[in-house]
Design a protein around this ligand. Structure first.
Ligand code: GTP
Ligand code: MG
Length: 349
């Protein structure tokens, strides 16, 4: 189970104080009380959105405070209400009260909106305390404090992009470059035995985009008949929006032809039977810091002919990784727009 988590502190706006004032008008000798009420403090809402898929934006910014209500004023003027704040979370987020551990809400549908901290009521001004026997009240109420709470958010992650390729091509090294995931990396095949998920972020807050990437065990020829680790873990990427196919273009692969590599892996993906071979795919030439120039050139020609986008990278030096991250983020958004329901009913990892 892969879970994204965040803790946030929210403080809704306090209510404004009521005002004590008396009317002073030219020809009215003893004007009555005229202190207005304080305005209500802003609320804090939470809403589920299909445009978000992780909780990383809360990690950068874990505290939210909505505006207080303004104080009441003379001439029976009510103070302005504080502005509300709306926090968006991905569909699938579960909200817990951090102190009690109690589940507050499960955002299972898009556009569900709840109040997570209520703004304080404004206090009454002295005008409200006037009665027939109490005509010059000096009483007023202070505004009520806004609610303050700490919540924990939890989201079971579903991968947006899946890394595929032969063992040892650098899939785990790449996910460790793109995200905070720290899978085992080693110079032998089948280092990765279980899928790893990482959250990758591109751009700067508040316009950052994020996507979830899955690193899965490598495939070899005959995987669909049980060779190597087989193909059972491919079910973890059945629902991803796209595949990122890594091809080692250095001599460390020990295989002479990168195009043959691509075809073998594609054959294994097709044999799995879930339509993986039809998923949008971004090709990656990996280990370009130690590339065999001929292999790289051959792969480039092949991708061009097939109309596939190819990103040459080195996960060790970092060369090309930023460009690849942006391209993945963009493609993920595109596929989401084209097939908004693709992942909606997905079984979450
Ligand atoms: N020179 C160079 N070596 C790399 C690069 N990326 C990965 N490696 C090395 O290649 C070896 C395999 O990397 P991993 O990231 O474990 O490969 P993997 O695809 O996850 O392999 P499996 O989990 O076995 O399928 C390690 O020794 C890495 O240090 C790269 O860009 N350049
Ligand atoms: Mg690995």
């Amino acid at each position: 189970m892969f879970i994204d988590e965040a803790k946030i502190r929210v403080k809704a706006g306090d209510g404004g104080n009521g005002c004590v004032a008396f009317r002073r008008e030219k020809f009215v000798p003893r004007g009555g009380p005229s202190g207005g009420d304080g305005g209500k403090g802003g609320d804090i809402f939470m809403e589920s959105s299909e445009r978000h898929n992780t909780l990383v934006h809360f990690r950068f910014n874990p505290e939210y405070k909505s505006q207080r209500g303004r104080h009441g004023e003379g001439s029976n003027r009510t103070g302005r209400e504080g502005e509300d704040i709306l926090l968006k979370v991905p569909v699938g987020t579960i909200l817990y009260d951090d102190e009690t551990g109690e589940k507050v809400h499960d955002f299972s549908q898009p556009d569900e909106r709840i109040v997570i901290a209520r703004g304080g009521r404004g206090g009454r001004g002295n005008a409200q305390f006037a009665t027939s026997t109490h005509q010059a009240p000096r009483e007023f109420e202070p505004g009520r404090p806004g609610e303050e709470r700490v919540y924990r958010l939890e989201l079971k992650l579903l991968a947006d992009a899946g890394l595929v390729g032969y063992p040892n091509v650098g899939k785990s090294t790449l996910i460790s470059r793109m995200s905070a995931a720290r899978p085992k990396i080693a110079d032998y095949p089948f280092t990765t035995l279980e899928p790893n998920l990482g959250v990758a972020v591109v751009g700067q807050a508040p316009d950052e985009k994020s996507f979830v990437v899955a690193d899965i065990p490598g495939l070899i020829e005959g995987a669909h008949t049980g060779s190597g680790l087989g193909t059972q873990f491919l079910r973890h990427i059945e629902r991803t929006r796209l595949l990122v196919h890594l091809v080692d273009v250095s001599d460390s692969s020990g295989r002479p032809d990168p195009v043959k590599d691509v075809e073998v892996i594609n054959g294994e993906l097709a044999s799995f039977g879930a339509g993986l071979e039809h998923k949008p795919t971004i090709m990656v030439a990996s280990k370009i810091d130690v590339a065999n120039k001929e292999k790289l050139a051959k792969l480039k020609r092949y991708c061009k002919k097939q109309g596939l986008e190819l990103f040459p990278i080195s996960a060790v030096t970092g060369q090309g990784v930023e460009e690849l991250k942006y391209a993945i983020a963009e493609r993920v958004e595109e596929v989401k727009r084209e097939h908004p329901t693709l992942a909606a009913d997905a079984e979450r990892l």
